[in-house]
Design a binder for this molecule. Structure first.
Ligand code: ADP
Ligand code: MG
Length: 225
């Protein structure tokens, strides 16, 4: 299977005043096309830091990160942002939708930023991802007219609309009740299976593991399993 992300000896520390806070302390991890990987760990264990590095949102203090075969640490900022826009979709805990835009417009937004598609092609892409997350009848709703689970579905559609190679989901179920959380996880698992979308998902919730794919356990900035 095609290798999408390869982290080798990755360390990341944050500067906090005079001290360095170690967040990742030597991570080796490979993500292949078509996988559904869950990173599980307590709060503060380094999950967000790991996802941000895998998504080229941040750079390591030490080590190598290859995304789609390219060494990220040797790219300049504009190459990094191109790589991010072309290859990666992001889903966050707090949905991050734009309140004044309706469902259709929120989902379409990444395509307008990209601006390479014809209006017809744009329309058909937006239509198909809204359908994939089951929100056909809510296209004209604004985020505040939707439930938490529906908002996260919009965010998933928005992450998928650019056909990214990899979708990163940072605690996407943490703001949802457990029944809705399981529905969102099932939706992602279904997209993985039927449309071969590659997911790297993280959660602190032990109850969500075992449902899908491969599990990576992180503890104090190292992978323990
Ligand atoms: P998780 O997502 O698993 O809760 P994080 O990756 O957010 O963990 O954080 C890992 C460690 O790095 C924690 O000790 C956290 O306090 C620290 N950390 C994260 N972001 C920053 C930052 N911007 N500045 C300083 N410390 C940070
Ligand atoms: Mg986090």
């Amino acid at each position: 299977m095609e290798q999408l992300v390869k982290l080798t000896g990755v360390k990341k520390s944050y500067k906090l005043g005079q001290t360095l806070v170690p967040a990742l302390r030597g991570i080796n991890l490979e993500i292949h096309a078509g996988e559904f990987t869950s990173v599980i760990g307590a709060s503060g264990s380094g999950k967000s830091t790991l996802l941000n590095l895998a998504g080229c949102l941040d750079l390591p203090t030490e080590g190598s990160i290859q995304i789609a075969g390219q060494e990220v640490t040797r790219m300049n900022e504009s190459q990094q942002s191109d790589l991010r826009n072309e290859k990666i979709g992001f889903i966050f805990q707090s949905f991050n939708l734009i309140p004044v835009l309706n469902v259709w417009e929120n989902v379409e937004l990444p395509l307008l930023v990209k601006a390479k598609l014809s209006p017809d092609e744009r329309k058909s892409r937006v239509e198909s991802v809204i359908k994939a997350v089951g929100l056909e009848s809510f296209q004209h709703h604004k985020p505040d007219q939707l439930s938490g689970g529906q908002r996260q579905r919009v965010a998933i559609a928005r992450a998928l609309v650019t056909n990214p190679s990899l979708v990163l989901a940072d605690e996407p179920t943490a703001n949802l009740d457990s029944k809705t959380a399981h529905m969102i996880l099932d939706l992602m698992a279904d997209l993985n299976k039927k449309q071969n979308v590659t997911f790297l998902f993280c959660s602190h919730d032990e109850k969500l593991i075992g449902r899908v794919g491969r599990i990576v356990r992180i503890q104090d900035g190292v992978i323990v399993e």
